[in-house]
Design a protein around this ligand. Structure first.
Ligand SMILES: NC(=O)C1=CN([C@@H]2O[C@H](COP(=O)(O)OP(=O)(O)OC[C@H]3O[C@@H](n4cnc5c(N)ncnc54)[C@H](OP(=O)(O)O)[C@@H]3O)[C@@H](O)[C@H]2O)C=CC1
Ligand SMILES: CC(=O)N[C@@H](CCC(=O)OP(=O)(O)O)C(=O)O
Length: 362
């Protein structure tokens, strides 16, 4: 058993970690922190925990619903940090000083270039020296490096969806470095603190685009597509252009990104067929437990509550474009499930440990 703390358990990603870790055989949650909820028991703040956390005979329970929320985390082997950016970095520094391994769910250590971080996040980075040691926690790309770090920068939700969808095409060098990503998100992506646009009467039966003047996930997507192209031995010859537009949808969970990229023609002016591109994608993800290349446009509902991502590539021969539809649950593969996948790698456990749920249907 490894001991675990969840810093800012009262966030959506924190409560999702509780739900998922209740099924985990090796991580025991012994410490949870909050801000306005300090002194309360977990099951007071999250009444769904009043059901208790039943376990099979002989199996140690990994969460005690009566655990009291504290201001600071206790000493543990591992910590999941679920704070907003900037506050997260400060907590991470203290945890690393105590020898705790950290999976940080915020954006603080995802961008490798401090100037890019400060441009997009509009504040001075609280711990720039750690950017060198942090490993970007997209397991499908960095599973060799993750076990050797103490700080995993868990990727963003829109970002994971888009990178998983586009990286096989960039690695194979079949598209030009000019992409449009139309990404739709459920409202839990905005977190637990209500704002006017997330309020039920305004968000229900409504769809809206946001971040049109530039969203902070764009540089994160760009950073990793450049790496995917390099890993596939097709480094980009020109600067990558990305138009990324997120949309708020009247659903609780889910991200669906439709990505459009110009296909390169071969020396005869021909484009790859859909069958060829699908074979390339299937090969790229052949050994991935959580990424599935499918033969029809996927639905976010397929992923609800699970750590799975579904990807559908199709060639638009008329427009000479590759269209890729990619979807996942923002709170699972887009956040807490991916965080557990990373933690499994940190401790040499099979990546799927504790993450075997299928999506909820219907
Ligand atoms: N939601 C999502 O789908 C995803 C979120 N993330 C990232 O994960 C992290 C957590 O996000 P999420 O779960 O949405 O968080 P939430 O917005 O749900 O967190 C809300 C909680 O955070 C507490 N809080 C807010 N600011 C602070 C602060 N400065 N210090 C301490 N506590 C604070 C509030 O406590 P109080 O009650 O005291 O006000 C409240 O309980 C963020 O960095 C986010 O960007 C990443 C991927 C997906
Ligand atoms: C609906 C909504 O507002 N979603 C957030 C993304 C969720 C999130 O917090 O992701 P990161 O940690 O990767 O920034 C947004 O678009 O900014």
């Amino acid at each position: 058993m490894m001991t675990v703390s969840i810093v800012n358990v009262t966030s959506y990603t924190g409560s999702e970690l509780l739900r998922l870790l209740a099924q985990h055989p090796h991580f025991e949650v012994i410490s949870v922190t909050g801000r306005s909820t300090v002194g309360k028991r977990l099951d007071e703040v999250f009444p769904f925990l009043r059901a208790g956390v039943p376990t099979l005979e002989g199996r140690h329970p990994t969460i005690d619903p009566r655990l009291v929320i504290t201001e600071e985390p206790a000493q543990t082997d591992l910590s999941f940090v679920c704070l907003p950016h900037a506050a997260a970095a400060e907590a991470v520094v203290k945890l690393l000083q105590k020898g705790t391994k950290v999976v940080d769910l915020s954006a603080d250590f995802r961008l490798r270039d401090v100037a890019t971080y400060e441009e997009w996040y509009k504040h001075t980075h609280p711990a720039p020296a750690l950017l060198e040691t942090a490993v970007y926690g997209l397991c499908e790309m960095y599973r060799e490096q993750i076990p050797h770090t103490s700080l995993v920068a868990n990727p963003g939700c829109h970002t994971t969806t888009a990178i998983l969808g586009l990286s096989p095409a960039f690695a194979a060098g079949i598209v030009n470095p000019d992409v449009i990503i139309d990404s739709k998100t459920g409202i839990s992506g905005g977190g637990r603190n209500p704002g006017p646009s997330y309020h039920f009467p305004e968000a229900d039966e409504d769809v809206s685009a946001y971040g049109l003047s530039g969203h902070r996930h764009m540089p994160e997507i760009a950073q990793e597509l450049v790496v995917a192209a390099q890993q596939g031995d097709h480094p980009l010859a020109t600067e990558l252009r990305i138009t990324f537009v997120p949309h708020l949808m009247p659903m609780t969970r889910g991200i669906l990104a439709t990505c459009y990229a110009d296909l390169k023609q071969d020396e005869n002016g021909d484009l790859p067929t859909t069958a060829e591109v699908r074979a390339l994608y299937e090969n790229y993800y052949a050994n991935e437990p959580f990424v599935h290349v499918v033969d029809q446009a996927p639905h976010t509902k397929w992923t609800y509550g699970s750590n799975h991502c579904f990807i559908y590539p199709i060639v638009d021969q008329r427009a000479k474009r590759l269209i890729i539809v990619s979807c996942l649950d923002n709170l699972v593969k887009g956040a807490s499930g991916q965080a557990i996948q990373n933690a499994n790698l940190l401790y040499g456990l099979p990546e799927i440990t504790g993450l075997s749920s299928l999506g909820v249907h219907p």
